[in-house]
Write a protein of this length. Structure first.
Length: 317
């Protein structure tokens, strides 16, 4: 059983996670995670591993399962989000495992750091977001940098995992540099350390000051998008209701908008405007720059006349 124990507090662990640990003969995990479930593992065989021994944990789990024992391999947060699910499947497949094997696998989901940290600071993930790890122990830095740059350009709210450690101190500076290419200096940032644990600490700052904050391996950094704001100590990313509804007039739809239908600047409305602008002389390059989209995408969109299925879907919405 690959068990996500959530942020670390027993109150935020799912009942299935508690039951899985209770059912197990062997509990395997990083030493810090073992401490977080100390009250649940009395009398069990415990295998403690260090931070860099993920594959060893998976191998130990498989060996114990092959010996007929029921194993709980624990991860903080969710086992499938920067957790032990991936490495374990890699070890299993390398060992020739198939779903018909006597060793059966169950993944027990848990709240990841981005969920836990977001809950503590407000509602920063209400619109599109992504998670990026700054750890370059297994991922080349150019790959990480391209993802950071793309996410910053696309205006995602971003949760940075593994932002800094005793040895990796420059990665957060480089991330800040990449984000400042596309985001305003005063973009809200929340830094949450040890969410729901004894040494929990929350700091609100801005993008231009982010790298100067106290950040470590137990921190998660939440960078807002262009609409995110902080008010009364609460970080909020609007979902977009104000684009369609007049919130000061009882939520009535704005002129040109209809409840239950795409925005006037949604796909179909945007296509109409794009074609009109192009017909009036705007070049593909001008339109690409205006909408911050690739020129070849604009060209292909203008060349595509198959909009009838989209209109049909719109009428059914």
């Amino acid at each position: 059983m690959l068990v996500g124990i959530g942020p670390g507090s027993v109150e935020h662990m799912t009942q299935r996670a508690r039951d899985a640990i209770a059912e197990s003969d062997v509990v395997i995990g990083y030493v810090t995670y073992i401490k977080l479930v100390a009250d649940l593992i009395e009398g069990k065989e415990i295998i403690r591993k260090s931070m860099t021994e993920e594959l060893d944990r998976a191998i130990s789990a498989l060996d114990a399962a092959r010996a007929g024992k029921k194993v709980a391999l624990i991860s903080s947060g969710d086992a499938g989000v920067y957790g032990m699910a991936g490495p374990t499947y890699e070890v299993l497949f390398q060992a020739g495992w198939t779903p018909d094997d006597p060793v059966q696998i169950e993944i027990v989901p848990g709240a990841s750091a981005l969920n836990s940290c977001a809950a503590l600071v407000g509602a920063p993930l209400t619109h599109d977001f992504c998670a990026i790890s700054l750890s370059d122990l297994l991922t080349p830095w150019p790959t990480i940098a391209r993802r950071l740059d793309a996410a910053a350009l696309a205006d995602f709210v971003v949760a940075l995992y593994n932002p800094k450690s005793g040895r990796r101190t420059r990665q957060i500076v480089e991330a800040q540099r990449l984000f400042l290419r596309h985001r305003a200096a005063d973009t809200p940032v929340a830094i949450v350390k040890s969410a729901y644990r004894r040494r929990e600490n929350i700091v609100f700052t801005t993008l231009d000051r982010m790298a100067d904050a106290d950040i470590g391996m137990l921190s998660t950094v939440l960078i807002g998008n262009s609409n995110t704001f902080v008010r009364h100590g609460v970080m909020v990313t609007p979902r977009g209701y104000a684009n369609k509804y007049d919130l000061e007039e009882g939520g009535a739809a704005r002129e040109g908008e209809r409840a239950g239908r795409s925005l006037s600047t949604g796909l179909l409305g945007w296509l109409d405007g794009l074609r009109q602008d192009h017909a009036e002389g705007a070049s593909i390059e001008t339109l690409a720059a205006r909408h911050r989209l690739p020129a070849d995408y604009i060209r292909a969109t203008l060349d595509d006349t198959s909009e009838a299925p989209l209109a049909a879907v719109e009428d059914e919405a």
